[in-house]
Design a protein around this ligand. Structure first.
Ligand SMILES: *Cc1c(COP(=O)(O)O)cnc(C)c1O
Length: 379
């Protein structure tokens, strides 16, 4: 039997030959959107800290106070002794922000998706998911044992066809989508999906990981008819860490009792919870940050004559893996950090640069990055 190291090396060589090997690169955050990598300072267009809150002094101060008061770690699961008072405060703020009865905070967005999906559905049930749903939603679906079928990306008609074909054979049905798609930056037709869910006696679950501080802003005019189950993360727009789900009181209490990734995992560090509380407060009170970030994304799409940005994520799809890596390298040489996103994160032949924009980017840097892309014939 070959040694495990031989198998590991063979696997790595195979991935390397396809240009798909992934390597961790040490990157130190500096002020704003600057990072230090390989001895150089780069301007990052790759982070998800859309409002600069991970570096905000008020957020850092709140985290520091909680650290002093409660210590570095929670020491146990929330169900045991880890449920420190900051959880209640954060969950009340989330429920209010999302206009739901209740909320539950998990260790991460990944853990929230896994825990929620496996609680809500099982073998006798059906999941209908947008084809581009995040890996952790699909992992949760597989773990649940429910029948999983996927509809073409953002295609309501296809979703309806699948409901017509599969719904009656199953007990409960969960429709899942992201609100803002993490690799494409486009937005889901949440209102239409919610109407379909009602029509077919299904539940709608949305993952708003990239929409926090944004979806709330855009909801005007759509009333409150959002999803039954709203998942998200505090690790992106909130600049902190942790996942959450907002739903009815009954669903949240069900999760407390059944979600394995909540029950069998240690509570978040107190400083992290305090940072999230401070961030949510800033997001609520300073909507101009969202305005500014969106303006930045739209400046970029305008400069490159791309369709107007619908969110703070703008993909520049280049096709083959080599081309995406080449463009990323060229940008890095010019002082910009823009990750090349490759399959299997995105579909075959759609390797891309994924630009993200924040309220703390400078207009001149955005123009310069766009200029580098044009010069290299990448846009
Ligand atoms: C990032 C992301 C997650 C995972 O959230 P973490 O808090 O980083 O674990 C889940 N869903 C989507 C759509 C994401 O983009």
């Amino acid at each position: 039997m070959p040694a495990i190291d031989d198998i590991a090396k063979a696997q790595l060589a195979l991935m390397e030959s396809k240009g798909l090997r992934r390597i961790l690169k040490e990157t130190a955050p500096q002020a704003g959107v600057r990072v230090q990598r390989g001895g150089r300072e780069l301007i990052s267009f790759s982070g998800n800290d859309y409002f600069g809150l991970s570096q905000d002094v008020r957020v850092i101060h709140a985290a520091g106070e909680a650290l002093e008061r409660y210590g570095a770690g929670a020491g146990a699961s929330r169900l045991v002794t880890g449920n420190i008072p900051l959880y209640g405060e954060l969950e009340a703020a989330l429920a209010e922000y999302k206009a739901t009865e209740a909320a539950c905070v998990f260790g991460s967005g990944y853990l929230a998706n896994i825990g929620v999906i496996t609680t809500l559905v099982g073998k006798a049930d059906l999941i209908i998911a947008d084809k581009y749903s995040h890996a952790c939603m699909l992992d949760g679906a597989q773990l649940s044992g429910a029948t999983l079928v996927r509809f073409a990306h953002n295609n309501i008609e296809h979703c309806r066809l699948l409901l017509e074909s599969y719904r009656t054979e199953h007990q409960n049905c969960l429709i899942m989508t992201e609100t803002v798609f993490s690799m494409d930056g486009d937005r889901a037709p949440v209102v239409e999906l919610a109407a379909l869910a009602r029509e077919f006696d299904a539940w709608l679950l949305t993952d708003d990981a990239h929409g926090l501080g944004f979806s709330e802003h855009k909801r005007n005019g759509h009333g409150n008819r959002a999803a039954d189950i709203q998942i998200g993360t505090l690790s992106k727009g909130a600049g902190s860490y942790g996942g959450y789900v907002c739903a009815s009181q009954a669903v949240i209490e069900w999760l407390h009792t059944a979600a394995r990734s909540l029950i069998f995992s240690t509570a978040l560090p107190p400083a992290t919870l305090a940072a999230s509380i401070a961030s949510l407060d800033i997001l609520r009170n300073e909507p101009q940050r969202m305005q500014k970030a969106l303006e930045n994304a739209r400046l970029f799409t305008k400069y490159l004559s791309l369709p107007q940005a619908q969110s703070l994520i703008v993909p520049v799809v280049l096709g083959e893996v080599e081309r995406a890596l080449e463009a990323s390298l060229m940008l890095e040489e010019a002082g910009f950090l823009v990750a090349a996103i490759r399959p299997p994160t995105v579909p075959q032949a759609s390797a891309r640069l994924r630009f993200t924009f924040s309220s703390v980017h400078e207009k001149a840097d955005i123009e310069r990055a766009a200029h580098v892309l044009k010069q290299g014939d990448f846009a």
